[in-house]
Design a protein. Structure first.
Ligand code: NAG
Ligand code: NAG
Length: 519
């Protein structure tokens, strides 16, 4: 990404225009969800940094960044490149892994049925193996390798990289409770995923998660105040309190130790967990995720004594869901494009859409298992089918049911973005041409080409259309054509769920929320 913060934390005041959209867009059927699921997992292989394994399926990529950490005497080889560049940014990488893990925890059986379980585990483990390396002592976490400024000056394949690979850490003197909290959450969530399959690994992850949480809680601070290099790229605008609540809840889920639950109850108010009514969920702002996780705990008998506070979290979760459904009072709903897509902001809007589809699907599950209806300020008695139907409408839009008739999931369907803002996808594969391509040579010879990228970045979800459903497939248009790992991550579980449902009961039928759209 360019050197403007990826997330500008502002509130927009929507004005409501009701538009009836016709449903003449291409239909999306169940085989498509299975295909989308398979493709989405390939994307994580394309983003791999480090030494690639024998079974690497994305073969236009090769080994890269094999000396990461060397300057600092630490082995930081591995992990994921964030987007179209080659910086390893700890905060969004950890959020990506948390979301992948949550998707597997909630939809593991559906992912198995689609034959993608192994690939999903590999995608998670590629991240957690790296976090284990990055957590070199109880109170040290390496939070970034490389830096945006020097990285963005070059347009190179990762295999040729000549930019600085300096590593940056947080520690007691330079705290970063947000990146530490998110990494704790990712490792705790992944420990649940691996509990039965690989108990030793699961135990190791949990050990790191507990230590990290203790570190992040005891030495409090925003990581962008400790690390100048993250400021222009992934500043933690919402602070670290959401990540601490999030980490504590994940640790509670992973351990059943009530101390972690008590932490989220005791800090519910002063950390904003039950104060913030919010309509976005992202690598920066976790409150809606915290609120949905807390809501799920209401289903457990043993949490009765905390019911009152958990219900307060639930009430804020409802605010988030109602705002996505456009059923809150004026001014607190998420905008929509005329084609019906949730619209939070111009730059990489799809990240908010994919994270919303995931939370909507979980809330739908919650209503179903507790036999409840959702009551929003502008409409009461909303069913779990309606909520899932709305999530499905967003997924279908992503896959091509939209005014551009284009899939925003790369490599899916017949029409998709061909000029993704992505260094290695836009340059001849290393496998075919090993001749070194220098820093600015990539800009001169590849960046400005009007031809499609030589490599298809299958499974990447790009930034997506503007507020009027328009999209310009131009490599320089990074606001729309760049993809990030945390865009695709929440979709993995949702694709699996929709695939399973279509197979069993032909899916949700009530699309009432997908018809009326506001902008
Ligand atoms: C909300 O917006 C609608 C449509 O513009 C308007 O008719 C209604 O009066 C507004 N309600 C409030 C409470 O502002
Ligand atoms: C999308 O497909 C519909 C239905 O086939 C068609 O009417 C419309 O013109 C297409 N839009 C674009 C931008 O190609």
């Amino acid at each position: 990404m360019q050197n403007i913060p990826k997330n500008v934390f502002t509130f927009t005041i929507p004005f409501i225009i009701f538009t009836l959209i016709s449903t003449t867009y291409a239909a999306v059927n169940s085989t498509t969800y299975a295909t989308a699921l398979s493709k989405s997992l390939l994307y994580f292989e394309a983003q791999r940094s480090g030494r690639l394994p024998y079974n690497q399926r994305v073969t236009w990529r090769d080994h890269s960044a094999l000396t990461d950490g060397l300057e600092q005497g630490v082995d930081l080889v591995g992990g994921y490149y964030d987007a179209g560049d080659h910086v390893k940014f700890g905060l969004p990488m950890a959020f990506t892994v948390t979301m992948l893990s949550w998707g597997v925890i909630e939809n593991g059986d559906a992912i198995k049925k689609a034959g993608e379980f192994e690939h999903a585990l590999e995608a998670i483990k590629w991240g957690t193996d790296y976090f284990i390396k990055a957590h070199t002592s109880p109170h040290v976490l390496w939070a970034e390798v490389g830096d945006g400024d020097t990285d963005h000056y070059c347009w190179q394949r990762p295999e040729d990289m000549t930019t600085s690979r300096r590593a940056h850490k947080v520690d007691e003197a330079n705290p970063g409770s947000d990146v530490v909290g998110e990494t704790a959450a990712a490792m705790a969530a992944a420990s649940i995923v691996f509990r039965k399959i690989n108990p030793h690994y699961s135990h190791l992850l949990l050990h790191h998660a507990k230590e990290l949480f203790e570190f992040g809680d005891k030495y409090r601070g925003k990581y962008d105040e400790s690390l100048e290099v993250v400021k222009s790229y992934y500043a933690s605008v919402s602070g670290y309190k959401d990540e601490l609540l999030w980490a504590a809840l994940w640790l509670y889920k992973a351990t059943d130790n009530v101390d972690y639950l008590q932490y989220t109850i005791d800090n519910a108010l002063n950390f904003g967990g039950i104060g913030w009514a919010i309509s976005e969920f992202s690598w920066d702002v976790k409150f809606a995720g915290v609120q949905i996780l807390a809501t799920q705990l209401l289903m457990r008998e043993n949490n009765k004594e905390h019911k009152k506070t958990l219900e307060e979290y639930h009430s804020k979760a409802k605010h988030y869901i109602c705002s996505c459904l456009n059923k809150n009072n004026n001014g607190t709903n998420v905008d929509r494009t005329p084609g019906g897509l949730l619209y939070v902001r111009q730059w990489n809007n799809m990240q908010y859409v994919s994270s919303a589809t995931f939370l909507l699907s979980l809330y739908s599950d919650f209503l179903k298992s507790t036999n409840q209806l959702l009551h929003c300020p502008k409409q009461s008695s909303i069913t779990h089918e309606q909520i899932l139907g709305f999530a499905k409408s967003q997924v279908d839009y992503i896959l091509g049911a939209n005014p551009m008739n284009m899939s925003y999931l790369v490599g899916y369907g017949s029409s998709y973005p061909k000029r993704v803002h992505h260094r290695s996808a836009s340059i001849v594969p290393f496998r075919d041409n090993k001749a070194f391509i220098g820093c600015t040579q990539g800009y001169d010879n590849w960046y400005g080409k009007v031809d499609p990228n030589p490599n298809v970045l299958v499974g990447a979800l790009v930034g997506g259309p503007d507020f009027e459903d328009g999209f310009s497939d131009d490599r320089g248009n990074y606001v729309q054509t760049e993809a990030c790992t945390y865009n695709t991550a929440p979709l993995v579980g949702v694709f699996a769920k929709l695939n399973e449902l279509e197979g069993i009961e032909e899916g949700p039928k009530d699309y009432s929320f997908s018809i009326a759209s506001s902008k």
